[in-house]
Design a binder for this molecule. Sequence first.
Ligand code: PLP
Length: 704
Amino acid sequence: MCIEQHTSIMTTEIYLDGNATSAVLPAAIDAAIDTMGRRFGNPSSTHAAGLQAKALLDEARACAVGLLGVGDGRLMFNSGATEGIQTSVLSALVALRERQLKGEAIGDLLVYGATEHKAVPESLAHWNRLLGLNLTLQKLPVDGDGAHDLPMLRQLAVRAALVCTMAANNETGVITDLSAIETVLTETNSAAYWLVDCVQALGKLDLQLSSTRIDYAPFSGHKLYAPKGIGMLYVRAGAPFTPLIMGGGQEAGQRSGTENMAGIAALGVVLAALERRDTFRSHGELYSFRARLADSLRTALPGVVFNNPLDKSLPTTLNFSVPGLSSRELMDVFDAAQVRVSAGSACSSAKAAPSYVLDAMGLPLWRSAGAIRMSFGPLADEALISAACARIERCGAALRASCLIPSERTAVPHDGLLQLGVEGACSWMVLDAASRSCVVIDPLPEMTSRIESYVRCQNYQVLAIVSTLPNAGRTMLIDALGRHFDRHAEADEYGWPASARTLILENGAAAGAVRLGAQALASVACGTGDELRAYLLGSADDTRLPASAVRFAFSARPAQQALLAISAEQTLLCPTRDEQNQFCISMSPHLSATLAADMQLNSLALDAFLQAHPDAILIDVREPYEFAATITPGAAGRVAQSVPLNRLAEHASAWLRDKQSPLVFFCRSGNRSMKAAQCLRRLGHQQSYSLTGGLALAPLQLAA
Ligand code: PLP
């Protein structure tokens, strides 16, 4: 029943981020609603309503006790694993301090696995400091498969006061060999307390807690179809315990505060389903689902590498990287295809931070910074997996068409201007599709492989690789380009080809020029001591490049002044540095930033706006692969133009010729569209707008 509902939701959005959180089981939602409506009593009340609530609470606890093999240990409900981890660490450290004050030897180390969730080391550091224990936090390394270094644990165990490991890792799904750890602790006669974070194990691994020496085991309901804000903590019989929250004495005085009955009722339903074994998929089925996803990834994303050992991980988790693709790019293309996955690492818009879990496993930086986690829950079904495989293939096709992954077929050639930026610096490419030729301006070393794959995939010939400063490094790109660039052609210290023809500029000066179809790229010296070069791009006749024909100038900003005499007001300056994400700036000195408050449109205002402005142009500034991967719900809407930010300069030049038609930019979350609208307003197009919150908040009806 619940599986069918799950599938119908998934026909549009495919949620593959189960290790982050899950939807709530429909029967659990019903139970939660019931506790808020019909059965809203407080379990501490002695009247019938209270007794009913108490019965529900007891039932849920009994279910958890049986399922987790709690034996005569404690099992308390709380707000989730972070609270459970605090309570465990506090309990252990308070006991250690008491023993220390009595003069007992307690060891000097707080040992934790190198791949633990941040909640563990952060709590250890916090309570160690607050309680003044001053023990040393000691990371326990893991090997390339994410398994703990047991010989090292053997050495540390005698000095350990507390050992913290996890049952299964949230990023990789790697399953810890808990019995091997227990053997080490026992064989070394370690007196350490043992905390095992069981968050990712619930419903996926069989846990019989009281038959182990585990002292503390925290859980979070929302990782397995219960709501957020409800969790459980197991404490072994005889293990020290100190409440984190004191008050009305609920949960037998172990965790005060009126119980979260909606959460407990919902979690109770999930636990009962686990006990009955009639709702969730078997391990065998989950393994076969994951194998199908992995096969689709191998087909769609050539060279994909899996960062988790599949035979030693939860059957519901994949963690992978793709050579040449950042986790940001992968996240964006999956999100566009409405497949929700997560970056294996913390991502900022500019650069992905590497994952500390994959770093600890010793993986190279490109894998740890480019990782994607794909995870699903044990409620997954055939329809979800088939749909996910189809979407993965769609993402692969979108990336191939954008030359981001190798393709057998040569991609449709691109025309125009492309900006390639890294941390504020910019490379530019001027592309002519008709002649399949291009020029690269200021090649950044970081962009070498991107430029090379772009050129190779579209089968361009690179006519020149030029720079705005003398002797800037070009050799890396020349080496990479192979037959796509004539490395023996004579060029000066800026890379400017000796074969360039001569054109006359507006001020009468002669300049060398390279022809790209109807356009000419002219080279001019400017700046103090003539050490700066600028390049002008425009439609030239056989002999002249008049100022009015110059559409773009490529140069460092200090050269801007020198270019005014040979370019026009509408010429756009494409700078060599762009820290502020301005993309291009106007040569016209009187234009300055006019960032009006009315620049943002929300989805409600958008409808009215589009009705009032039939001439408005809708512009999708996401990358072409996101545009290509987008699931379009229907063809009833307007046609949106695809203009990624790195092609904004070229299109801005055209839009500025008609400043009356409003420009409405949109993207995934509203960030990139905001930058585009700001850029156009700065250039003097006052009718530029950004869709607040992007497609995530206002799914547009895009016309195919
Ligand atoms: N431990 C692990 C392994 C987790 O995956 C998480 C959540 O991502 C936590 C602890 C913290 O859980 P919560 O945020 O629900 O308190």
